[in-house]
Design a protein. Structure first.
Length: 309
């Protein structure tokens, strides 16, 4: 396992990625959500995936982790950026191309792609824009990639959003840990217990690499403010799995149902008692589901799709 940071390039943008283990297994690319570094993929979930025969690589989206952060602009809060007509910095296509840049740097012609939260959005768009590169697509806790503007609001639990604006902690080691705990407590299913043990690994890894975590609201606004000009979900040809917690406090289950309804042949799996946070009680189930999805992809005839410009 190579735990050193490596970099892919999409033009002038550097995309940080890391080999998490399982060399020789089926290639699996992990895409994390809004403002989150790759270090927020739990080690326990990664171990389950490696145990199911995957070679796992995770990367930082632009404006997160160790990847390139764009110059600050006055773009407002992430919520305002989501509803703006124009993208503040770059397009949704750019984020999908970043994922493919990582595949290129790895020498992976094709890979299984698993995205969580906004990472699921990027994974969907990667499967649409680069169908020849995606063996299978899995999303969890994500909204449909072709829903725009105010229509996104139908999927959000708006009562949850003010809690994010009240997250103010000092930029100290303890403050960073307290912030991660508070964030996780917003995202877990109601009543689910979370403490420092559940997030310390993420915080320690970010501290070791001098990663700022969730403090850069301008970067989050640039990410969430991207606009998609590509095709609909119905264009996805890769075998697709849609995962969603039935007690997700941020996104309604309707988001997952609509993704699964739009993607031909997609499998929908909702989990009772599960929230938006990747808590340990879902790791084995998610790994089993991704293994079954990859096995289904192996049996699907390869389609010779023309490259897209």
């Amino acid at each position: 396992m190579d735990t050193m940071t490596r970099f892919a390039h999409n033009g002038e943008i550097e995309i940080a990625f890391e080999d998490l283990g399982g060399a020789g297994g089926d290639p699996l690319l992990l895409v994390m959500g809004l403002g989150a570094s790759r270090f927020w993929w739990p080690e326990g979930l990664v171990a389950e995936l490696i145990g199911r025969g995957f070679h796992v690589v995770a990367y930082d989206q632009r404006d997160a982790g160790e990847s390139t952060h764009l110059p600050n602009r006055r773009v407002g809060s992430p919520f305002k950026a989501l509803l703006r007509r124009e993208a503040p910095a770059y397009s949704a296509e750019d984020l999908a191309d970043d994922a493919v840049a990582v595949l290129d740097a790895l020498g992976w012609e094709r890979a299984h792609v698993f995205g969580h939260s906004m990472g699921g959005l990027v994974a969907q768009r990667t499967a649409i824009r680069h169908p020849r590169r995606v063996l299978s697509l899995a999303t969890s806790s994500a909204v449909p990639s072709d829903v725009k503007g105010l229509r996104v609001l139908r999927y959000l639990r708006l009562a949850c959003l003010p809690r994010f604006t009240r997250l103010h902690y000092p930029e100290t080691p303890q403050g960073n840990l307290d912030l991660a705990v508070a964030l996780a407590r917003i995202l877990v299913a109601p009543g689910q217990h979370i403490d420092e043990r559940d997030v310390r690994e993420f915080v320690d890894k970010e501290a070791a690499r001098q990663v700022a975590g969730f403090r850069d609201r301008e970067a989050q606004s640039r990410q969430i403010g991207t606009k998609w000009h590509g095709g609909p979900l119905s264009q996805i040809t890769a075998p697709t799995l849609v995962l969603h917690g039935e007690r997700d406090p941020l996104l309604r289950v309707a988001a997952a149902r609509d993704i699964a309804a739009a993607v031909p042949g997609a499998r929908l799996r909702t989990l009772s008692g599960v929230g938006h946070f990747l808590a340990r009680d879902v790791w084995a189930t998610y790994a089993d589901e991704l293994r079954a999805l990859a096995d289904r992809a192996d049996k699907q005839p390869q389609i010779n799709l023309a490259p897209r410009g």
